[in-house]
Write a protein that binds this ligand. Sequence first.
Ligand SMILES: NC(=O)c1ccc[n+]([C@@H]2O[C@H](COP(=O)([O-])OP(=O)(O)OC[C@H]3O[C@@H](n4cnc5c(N)ncnc54)[C@H](O)[C@@H]3O)[C@@H](O)[C@H]2O)c1
Length: 323
Amino acid sequence: MKKVLVIGGAGYIGSHVVLELLDQNFEVVVLDNLSTGHKELVPKGVKLYVGDITNYDDLKEVFKTEKVDAVMDFAAKIVVPESVKEPLSYYHNNLEGVRLILEAMVEFGVKHLVFSSTAAVYGEPENGVCQEDDLKIPINPYGESKLAAENLIKWSSKAYDLDYVIFRYFNVAGADSRLRSGLISDKLTHIVPIITESMLGYRGPISVFGFDYPTPDGTCIRDYIHVTDLAIAHIEGLKYLLNGNKSAEINLGSNAGYSVLELVNEANTISKLSYTKGPRREGDPAVLIASNKRAKKLLNWEPTRNLKEIIKSDYEFRKTRKK
Ligand SMILES: NC(=O)c1ccc[n+]([C@@H]2O[C@H](COP(=O)([O-])OP(=O)(O)OC[C@H]3O[C@@H](n4cnc5c(N)ncnc54)[C@H](O)[C@@H]3O)[C@@H](O)[C@H]2O)c1
């Protein structure tokens, strides 16, 4: 049985990956500083090391104690406006943290890394559809810090005996179908949980910004991936490396995306959702989605959970966390 270290495994995406790894009979240990993660999201029986990737001693303790076969890294600071205000702490966490993870992997001879990156590394692609080999011109420190970490991983893979899969994606949403995990945050910034909070009466009507974009219904189109589909893709990436395949950068996208009005209409089939109309927001492109051709080719992966499952699962999870 292969043993996997999931860094950031007490967070939203990492905890869903832990559940999926356990379901697929991997042995799992978690390292997390619980800055935005939650102990309760780490399943019973999984060893949690509370430690920080920017502290080499914390990493060393885990790598020395646990002989892991691979690392999956989800630990990052991820709030774009905050990254503009605090670029130093974003680079420290998202780049220096990854540098130390790589250092520990080299010191302890761990060869495989699955790295959770972001489609924010692409910046503003011309036609709104991101392909893996497109130019990468991030427009904020969050995206820049993740791109710098990606580049460091690539250079390290050339210099040392390690391989990687780097995954890039946009909006991750939804919750585990058995409600064992979901997104927990006091500062929700993503549209799906804002919609479900509004449906549950935890907040007022949502605002929809811009109805005059060149899209079929005039509202922006974005990529939404169910967190369990995403978790499955990460495990396919891990198996890909364990099977001896070569390093790869892979987008995890829906290929088509959904408009904001499609989200609103779908939500209304589950429970009443009201919205107010606002003007366009500066810097919002009409379409922003990621191609998933490479994920299909290399991993035989594509998302299988639709928009209803995304909204409904988040709605059910949020209901359990009544405000
Ligand atoms: N949520 C999205 O829609 C989305 C989209 C694209 C990419 N991503 C990427 O997915 C990854 C996970 O995001 P998430 O949404 O689960 O966020 P999250 O905040 O829920 O999870 C991050 C986890 O990492 C931990 N962590 C942060 N800094 C750490 C450190 N220095 N040492 C140890 N642990 C640390 C946090 O406590 C938390 O448990 C990130 O790398 C992010 O860039 C997320």
